[in-house]
Each structure stands twice: as C-alpha cells, then as structure tokens.
Design a protein around this ligand. Structure first.
Ligand SMILES: [Zn+2]
Length: 290
C-alpha cells in the first residue's frame, strides 16, 4: 500500500451543531509526508498536525486547540478521512466548528468519493501498539483495549486491517444495550456506520443549551429520543451504537496514522477516547509503525 490523499480540492459549508454558526471548510490534497493537518486560514502560521496534539477535554465534541484558535466537532469528518485511509490532507476551517450537515459522516464520504483518492509514491505505514493497551474508567465503566496487529509468518507481513468489537449501553428504554463487530474498511463504513446520525435525549436539551451547546441542533441533524418515542425516523434499529462507533473511529483518527490491530471498546465518549492519543504522544515507546 502507498500513502493516500484526495484527488482534488473539496469545499463545503454549513452550521455547527454547538455554535449554530455557519462555517466553510476546504479539504486540499497534500504530498507524501505532509500528514493530516488542520488550520484556520486567519492563523495560517499555526497549523495543527494530527499525531502531535492531544485533543482537549470536551464532553460533547472532539476539540483541537492551537495558541490562537480552536476547531471543534471534527469527529465525523475525521471518521470519513480515517475510513478512506487518507494519510495526507490539509483541512482549512474558517470558523471554530466543522459543519454538522445531517449529523452523520455520509456527506463527507460522498464528497471524498466524488473527489476520488490519489495514491502517492511513498510506502504507507500503520500504527499499532507494541503490546495490548488497556484504557479503563471503572467509575463510568468505559473501556478501550487495543491489541497489536497480527504478524503472519507465512507471508512475512503484518495484517494492517483494523478490527473492532464495540458495545454501547444507555439507561433508556428505547436505546438500551447494543453491540457491533466487524472490520473497519470503507465498504463497511459507508454502508453500516457512516449514515448513523448524532443522537440526543430530549430531556437533556435544556441542560446542553444552558451550557451554550447544541445551539444548531435540529431534527435535520440529530436523532432525538423522547421519553418513549423517537421524534424523527431512525435510519437503523441500533443507530445509536453505530454512531458511538463512528465517533470512536473519528477520535482514533486523531492519532494521525491509520491504526492496525483490534479495538475492543465499550461505553466510550470523546473525553475518554482522547486518552488513546494522549498515550501515543506521551508514551511513544508503547507504539510502533509497521
Ligand atoms: Zn458524533
């Protein structure tokens, strides 16, 4: 495999789910070795290169910060970039939040599909842990286990796929428990994961709004779960577990390199997922490139 970028520039705009503000985003092709880089063009000298920054602690979105600006709600765009196994791309955001669009990743997948993928003349490397890594929060029962990629002696090569086994659980009659198992490739992502939308519980909306969040939330971008019914039509019976996995795959994308191996995870959230990137940056001896 070779390093990958997009074939041509992509532009889109829309409102942020938390700020309610309109933002324009441009995705530019980038050369081998460039990496996945975010920048606000107003501060063009302050790029944020994934794999060198620990995401901020934030409850309802994944947030990156540089000296002069922040970029929020990057997870759904990052899940699509991760699914296409893109290594090099420049993401220019004129604002503080990636547009929510329909609350899922499917629009990002369609935009990248339309632009196409370009392979570059550089051998692609993948990130994997040296040995199994455990991230646990016993109080909230959250867990992420990352197992190293398998080495196949017969072919003398690593299996560079990423496998997942994901479990979600909510104390609500309509969502409850569900799990999903599979291999993270673009076909599976496009059909089974990318269309799953952001979801929220109606009873939590006043609290979120009081914290200045969810100002752009609408039935057009969020599956809203009332006391005993959905306020809009779900796309999957277990859309919530698919979206939780989507968020995790986006957050794992903040490693800046495609992960190879297996992830077993349960009840994750953005502020917990960031511990994986934190470990990679603070303990590079736990990780290797294959
Ligand atoms: Zn999400």
């Amino acid at each position: 495999m070779f390093e990958r970028t997009i074939n041509k520039k992509i532009e889109f705009s829309g409102i942020g789910v938390h700020t309610g503000l309109k933002t324009t985003v441009a995705l530019d092709p980038a050369p081998a070795g460039h990496g996945i880089v975010f920048v606000n063009p107003k501060f063009a000298q302050e790029c944020i290169k994934l794999g060198t920054v620990i995401p901020e602690i934030a409850l309802h979105a994944s947030v990156l910060k540089s000296k002069s600006y922040i970029i929020s709600t990057i997870e759904h765009l990052m899940a699509a970039i991760n699914a296409f196994k893109i290594d090099n791309i420049l993401i220019e955001i004129s604002g503080i939040e990636v547009p929510i669009l329909d609350g899922s990743s499917i629009n990002f997948v369609n935009l990248i599909n339309n632009a196409g993928i370009k392979e570059l003349e550089a051998k692609k490397t993948y990130l994997t842990p040296v040995k199994t890594l455990y991230f646990k929060d016993e109080k909230s029962d959250r867990e992420i286990i990352i197992e190293p990629a398998n080495f196949d002696k017969e072919t003398n090569s690593f299996d560079t796929n990423l496998y997942f086994d994901y479990f979600a659980e909510f104390e609500h009659a309509l969502v409850g428990k569900s799990s999903i198992v599979g291999e993270f490739n673009i076909d599976f992502f496009e059909h089974e994961i990318a269309p799953a939308r952001t979801f929220g519980f109606l009873e939590q909306l006043p609290y979120l709004r009081s914290k200045g969040l969810a100002k752009g939330t609408s039935l057009g971008n969020t599956v809203v779960i009332g006391e005993d019914e959905y306020l809009n039509e779900p796309r999957f019976e277990n859309e919530f577990v698919r979206h939780k996995l989507l968020d995790l795959l986006g957050d794992i994308g903040l490693l800046g390199k495609n992960l190879a191996g297996k992830i077993v995870a349960k009840k994750t959230g953005h502020s917990f997922n960031r511990l994986v990137v934190q470990d990679y940056i603070n303990n590079p001896e736990n990780w290797k490139l294959i």
